[in-house]
Design a protein around this ligand. Structure first.
Ligand code: FCB
Length: 415
């Protein structure tokens, strides 16, 4: 199945996620986590985009971009089980209307890491009612999605599975600690919630996502895919975090094993989708022992990853191979840096890799940069991924040169 014919213009835009920019997502599990886990900064008012979305969209449209990816927040739409807020649905419908009015193609994400707090308390995705709860939420949201051209059911299910694996491991450690005092001391040292993206030397490496959790998320995606297809005109897919793994000599088998666990399980599940969202930032080496920890280098990004703009081309080619030719929309690519000149250089190079892949015959539907605004990066405010700076006191938006630069590329249609 290919994307529906109306989705033909090449998209150039920016991506966001509700929890990272809206502010005061108080009914979500992330809001609770921020209050409980030491070391996590709070999202608070975030960028106040809940109220300022029009200004955000205008800045993108005025710069020359033609698309905007944003999410609808489940915790707002269904703040308690079975109670759907018509006012919140109307809010998100106004956002869709505003995007269309500004000639920004809306790309809407239904789930971007955050859950309603009640859903998490009920057992979340692994709870008995997990998938049914998601289905009934998605059915309601379909009422506002009729003319939205692209809908992503879930953002980075592979990273979500990783975070869920991490949480289960922490829980097990705590339970052990209660029964055995020696394990307690060890667990206290380990009990550090890690951001899905912030990678650094002073924390243990991210656990591999448990494939059994991945399978549940695949079921959830498939359960809602046909519902969205039948009730809207949207092309439906999900977005997968690509690690652009490369094997050291002799580590080919390890690569196959890790690629399956981290990516291919999720890419294979996209084979019947209308599009696949590619999300790429960096690349990582695989040795016989697993993922090589990336050393601290002067040109690392602010989240500790290697400066690898070539990873986008790698991710797109890998995704095309594994999905067997599902149309590709780059739904995230960007760099955490204070230096906007570096952002432009990174993006230029990433786009060259993307267009080389497209010139080789890969069906690329667009490029959405991560991200519009400097935002709340899952526990941290320091990483700066935005095309637009935001004053955290006044919420004033200050577009960076990279925004105008990307708008020019969009107008030209090629890097
Ligand atoms: C991705 C997430 C997104 C943001 C970027 C930097 O993993 O989807 O919300 O955190 O990384």
């Amino acid at each position: 199945m290919t994307a529906k014919p109306e989705n033909t213009r090449l998209l150039w835009g920016a991506s966001t996620a509700p929890h990272q920019i809206e502010g005061n997502n108080i009914n979500s599990d992330w809001w609770q986590r921020e209050g409980q886990v030491p070391g996590l900064e709070r999202s608070g008012d975030a960028c106040d985009s809940y109220h300022r979305y029009e200004e955000d969209m205008r800045l993108l449209a005025d710069a020359g971009l033609n698309a905007y990816r944003f999410g609808v927040e489940w915790a707002r739409i269904e703040p308690v089980p079975g109670e759907f807020s018509r006012a919140e649905l109307a809010h998100y419908r106004r956002m869709i209307d505003k995007a269309l009015e500004l000639d920004l193609t809306p790309v809407v994400t239904l789930h971007h890491f955050t859950n309603p707090a009640w859903f998490a308390a009920e057992g979340g995705w692994l709870g008995e009612r997990g998938i049914d709860r998601f289905v009934s939420y998605v059915e309601r949201v379909c009422s506002i999605l009729g003319d939205v051209p692209y809908v992503a059911t879930m953002n980075e299910p592979n990273m979500l599975a990783m975070m869920m694996t991490m949480e289960l491991q922490m829980l097990q450690q705590m339970q052990q600690a209660q029964s055995q005092p020696q394990a307690k001391a060890e667990a206290e040292g380990d009990e550090v919630w890690q951001s899905p993206t912030v990678d650094n030397d002073f924390r243990p490496k991210l656990p591999a996502p448990d494939p059994a959790i991945g399978e549940v998320l695949v079921k959830a995606h498939h359960a809602v895919r046909d519902i969205v297809r039948s009730r809207t005109d949207a092309a439906v897919g999900w977005t997968v975090a690509n690690r652009a793994f490369v094997a050291r000599p002799g580590a080919e088998e390890k690569l196959t094993e890790l690629e399956y666990i981290w990516e291919n399980l999720y890419l294979e599940a996209a084979r019947g989708d209308d599009f696949i969202g590619v999300q790429s930032y960096s690349s990582q080496w695989i040795s016989k022992d697993g993922i090589e920890p990336h050393p601290q280098l002067p040109d690392n990004t602010q989240v500790g990853t290697a400066y690898r703009p070539d990873s986008l081309g790698m991710a797109v080619r890998h995704t095309w191979d594994i999905t067997g030719g599902v149309p590709i929309l780059v739904t995230e690519n960007g760099i955490a840096t204070e230096d906007d000149t570096r952002r432009i250089a990174y993006t230029q190079s990433a786009l060259e890799g993307l267009f080389a892949a497209a010139d080789d015959g890969i069906d690329v539907r667009g490029y959405l940069h991560w991200t519009a605004l400097d935002n709340y990066e899952w526990g941290h405010w320091e990483p700066k991924f935005g095309l637009i700076a935001v004053d955290r006191e006044t919420f004033e938006r200050r577009p960076k040169p990279s925004l105008a630069w990307l708008g020019d590329v969009a107008r030209r249609g090629r890097p």
